[in-house]
Design a binder for this molecule. Structure first.
Ligand code: 8X3
Length: 251
């Protein structure tokens, strides 16, 4: 029987690439995001391959999350794979100059949003004694870099939540995979720098960054392992990147 995956932040970047890659594996999809037009365009492009459902909500708003997920039919609540991908960086600068709005936005989506979505779906997985949760963390969650402060904290929280889920869901046979990418060229930096294209482009200058499809391929590998295997923790870097702070640039 075909599996069913729910992906948050599916309208762009890693989420969108993951939807496309899982569709190629024949996995049915529930695409979640805030931008219905983008979700519907993706739904249309994938619906010849698999069944695709869209769900519009903001992971930062508990009531919206609960209402949207509980509106799913019993058939669509039968989720095999949850991909907690929604999240962003807002700002890059000294913590003493940080904006409270940016801090709230990052903690609300990267940490609390992930928890809100998981809170609804974990009991469904527990009831059927199987499931797979994939949390998209970051190299920033493994080591704090200068000016990364609260973004790094939010991803360090994701690392801890992945470990906590693996421990607490262990009796229930649920797999938990933590994926920590390094530099991936998506809208990530454009959002971080609030639309400043020049600053966003400079992040990826002088080396070949990862693209969203590189991460999607690894997620596809993780979710297609045999029932007894879990890829627990995966760090993916471009060859030019050695750590959260060291990137070899040819400039
Ligand atoms: C994205 C990678 O290095 O910009 O999480 O924090 S990094």
């Amino acid at each position: 029987m075909s599996k069913l995956a729910l992906i948050t932040g599916a309208s762009s970047g890693i989420g969108k690439a993951t939807a496309e890659t899982l569709a190629d594996l024949g996995i049915n999809l529930i695409l979640c995001g805030r931008r219905l037009d983008r979700l519907e365009a993706l739904q249309e492009s994938l619906s010849s391959k698999v069944q695709v459902h869209t769900l519009t909500f903001d992971v930062r708003k508990l009531e919206e999350v609960e209402n949207a997920l509980h509106s799913l039919s019993a058939e669509l609540q039968n989720i095999d794979i949850l991909i907690n991908n929604a999240g962003n960086a807002h700002g890059l600068g000294p913590i003493q100059d940080g904006s409270v709005e940016d801090w709230d936005a990052m903690m609300d989506s990267n940490v609390k949003g992930l928890l809100y979505v998981s809170k609804v779906i974990m009991p469904w997985m527990i009831a059927k004694k199987q499931g797979h949760i994939v949390n998209i963390s970051s190299i920033a969650g493994k080591a704090t870099y200068p000016n990364g402060n609260v973004y790094c904290a939010s991803k360090a929280a994701v690392e801890a939540i992945s470990e906590g889920m693996r421990l607490d869901l262990n009796p229930h046979g649920i797999k938990v995979t933590n994926v920590a990418p390094g530099a991936v060229e998506t809208e990530f930096s454009l959002v971080r720098f609030k639309g400043d294209e020049q600053r966003a482009d400079s992040v990826y200058q002088g080396f070949q960054p990862l693209v969203a499809k590189d991460i999607a391929d690894v997620i596809a590998f993780a979710v297609s392992r045999p029932a007894h295997v879990v890829m627990a923790d995966i760090t993916i870097l471009p060859v030019a990147q050695a750590s959260a702070t060291v990137i070899k640039r040819n400039i």
